[in-house]
Design a protein around this ligand. Structure first.
Ligand code: HAM
Length: 425
């Protein structure tokens, strides 16, 4: 009896990034990095897992920490978590390394949340984010939002809207939380039963609810903008006028509280109008002036955002923007002798900076030609018995039906290819 081996699939809510899509992914992350650097941000990379305490500062009452965090004890019995987001970890790094301020960093990598997977919502997803730590200046809020705007524009997205709000300073936030809590408590019977507990314990979270009955109550709730202190209002006004000066359109959304507890003052989201409502937030961020201190550092303000790379690309699909970049293979070497010419020619081409590839396993001419076509290469170099004997190579331009083919001395072929590809200086 034959025993069948187990086969495995990717865990629920995760996916493989395969060749094809990976070229687009690579191009997207490269562009994102270039834009961040243009704004004066430098790359940072922190561990994928951290002490669980780093992330509990996001708020025990938030879904991200309370319900979705991948927590585990390592083999030394230390309580660890796979990072659910980047901001807390970067504030931990700020406290640990004490860099000069403002510390302007950007990051990209995988993040983990145990959520119910659906289109645009995964358990392992990828964020690109920036954090600017150490400045209270509202103009840095504008700079951070302008960076996100630039990323979305660069990806060709035209149907996004920027929602802007202020959570005020911690006093504003707690005064508002108190009166919102009171308001919701008085209307508890009208709130959807699934949201009642949240309305009692974390009233701000109830503002996020997508349930109709809750939304109806929330639509009459007091607004945080009515509670802003003079300083908080001044900060917010300067951000709004900065965005106007830079021609970045936005809408005020006083119910935008975001799903994480650390926010103070400016909060914002970019939503894609081309995506389904539930997962249409491509990018979200804001100020977190108390977080560094909560992680044991000196009182230090900070602001940043994170953008979901999967969601960015979904929004691009929905708008038909940011197509896959063209193939990188420029030359395909076809060798119908013993393969030595393919081995040596691809190597010489690669050393000369040309992206070259070949077939293996002594395939037939037809099969190698098919591979050359499929590769998207611009040029095929063909070596048969006759070419070998005469020390020449046959060059065929694959994207030009009229071009025919030419015979070139083997010793000239690398230079000739570089010339055709426009690589000659
Ligand atoms: P966040 O709103 O939790 O904020 O996530 C930011 C973005 O990550 C979302 O807008 C979305 O595009 C993407 N995202 C979140 N969860 C998932 C998921 N399960 N599947 C796919 N994409 C997802 C933060 O994480 C904050 N750290 C942002 C920030 C930086 N605030 C200040 N600095």
């Amino acid at each position: 009896m034959s025993k069948k081996a187990n086969t495995f699939q990717t865990p629920i809510g995760t996916k493989d990034l395969l060749p094809g899509e990976s070229a687009r992914w690579n191009e997207a992350t490269r562009q994102l990095g270039r834009i961040a650097e243009r704004f004066g941000f430098s790359l940072i990379d922190t561990p994928i897992f951290e002490d669980v305490g780093v992330f509990s500062r996001i708020g025990e009452g938030t879904d991200v920490v309370g319900k979705e965090m991948y927590e585990f004890l390592d083999r030394g019995d230390r309580a660890m978590a796979l990072r659910p987001e980047g901001t807390a970890a970067i504030c931990r790094a700020f406290v640990q390394h004490r860099p000069l301020t403002p510390w302007k960093v950007y990051y990209t990598g995988p993040y983990f949340r145990y959520e119910a997977p659906q289109a645009g919502r995964f358990r392992q997803f990828h964020q690109y984010g920036v954090e600017a730590i150490g400045s209270d200046d509202p103009d840095i809020d504008v700079e951070v939002i302008a960076l996100a705007w630039s990323v979305l524009q660069g990806a060709g997205l035209r149907e996004t809207q920027l929602l802007l709000n202020s959570m005020g300073d911690p006093e504003t936030k707690s005064r508002y939380q108190e009166s919102l809590g009171e308001f919701l408590l008085n209307r508890l019977e009208e709130i959807d039963p699934a949201d009642r507990e949240k309305a009692k314990t974390h009233p701000l979270r109830a503002l996020d609810s997508k349930r109709e009955a809750t939304q109806a109550v929330v639509s009459e709730a007091p607004l945080i903008t009515e509670y802003l202190s003079t300083d908080a209002e001044r900060h917010f006004d300067r951000v709004a006028s900065g965005l106007k000066a830079l021609n970045i359109p936005f809408a005020l959304e006083p119910k935008l509280v975001r799903g994480l507890d650390y926010y103070t003052h400016t909060t914002f989201e970019f939503q894609s109008l081309a995506l389904e409502n539930a997962q249409n937030t491509v990018c979200g961020g804001g100020r977190y002036n108390g977080l560094v201190e909560q992680l044991g550092g000196p009182a230090t303000p900070g602001i940043g955002f994170a953008l979901g790379i999967e969601r960015l690309l979904l929004a691009c699909d929905a708008e038909g923007s940011f197509p896959s970049p063209p193939t990188t293979t420029e030359v395909w070497v076809i060798d119908v002798t013993d393969g030595s010419s393919a081995r040596d020619l691809t190597n010489s081409l690669r050393e000369a900076g040309v992206a070259a590839d070949r077939s293996f396993d002594q395939r037939s001419m037809r099969s190698q030609m098919r591979s050359a076509d499929r590769s998207g290469a611009a040029i095929a170099l063909i070596v048969g018995e006759q070419e070998l004997n005469e020390s020449v190579v046959t060059l065929r331009k694959l994207r030009d039906d009229e071009a025919g083919q030419i015979s070139i001395p083997r010793s000239d072929v690398v230079n000739e290819v570089r010339l055709i590809l426009g690589l000659e200086s």
